[in-house]
Design a protein around this ligand. Sequence first.
Ligand SMILES: C[S@@+](CC[C@H](N)C(=O)[O-])C[C@H]1O[C@@H](n2cnc3c(N)ncnc32)[C@H](O)[C@@H]1O
Length: 237
Amino acid sequence: MKARPDGKTVQQMFAEIAPRYDFLNHFLSASIDRHWRRIAVNRAGVYLEDRANVICLDLCSGTADLAIELNRRLQVPVIASDFCHPMLVRGLEKVRTAQRDAAITVIEADSLVLPFAGEFFDLATVAFGLRNLEDTDQGLAEMKRVLKKGGAAIVLEFSRPVVPVFREVFEFYFHNILPHLGAWISGQGSAYRYLPTSVRRFPAQRELVTMMESVGFTDVGYRNLSGGIAALQWGVK
Ligand SMILES: C[S@@+](CC[C@H](N)C(=O)[O-])C[C@H]1O[C@@H](n2cnc3c(N)ncnc32)[C@H](O)[C@@H]1O
């Protein structure tokens, strides 16, 4: 299996697809990605229910879809961070269009070395970002470091379909059709070849639970989404 690309390569890849990123996300997933983000926000809401003066961090926020959904539904301030400038520029445009710039702050930062003091956030979310980090454990450890005690981490990520037959059909689409469609529409072949490869390399549901526990999260759990195409994983500091 190919080695993970380094941060610079990932940054460059997202810079190149940034103009078509949102369209392709929704098109290639038949907009199911929006539904998954809504489920992530539902889960976040459960953790924030009893907390006052809440502040949230959405890492690898890209074009800020999850940050906007968190703020829209839960009325909480959100810091949306990412290390890819063109993705953040799109994100900031969307934040402004949604008139949420008073509550959502967009910052350029590497998720592996977050520029925040420890114990700062009540919630740390990451959607389709953890898989792209050079070091998954380090990413989880940074999430834990910046969370207050009792704060929650929520990870939304592609995972492993669990239903036989459906799994084979999906894997065929994901590995043989999606890379061509993505390359054709974005004009950028490598990013959509990288997508299935990175998912294959990323820990499956239970393995990610173990990793989260190893970095010190408690009450770790997961829920399969759309038969395990994606999974929502969570843990508490
Ligand atoms: C697939 S996109 C996900 C964007 C967004 N969260 C969403 O749900 O659509 C992955 C994002 O992770 C970002 N990323 C990857 N590695 C990163 C790192 N080390 N630090 C910050 N952002 C990173 C990329 O720049 C990209 O915007």
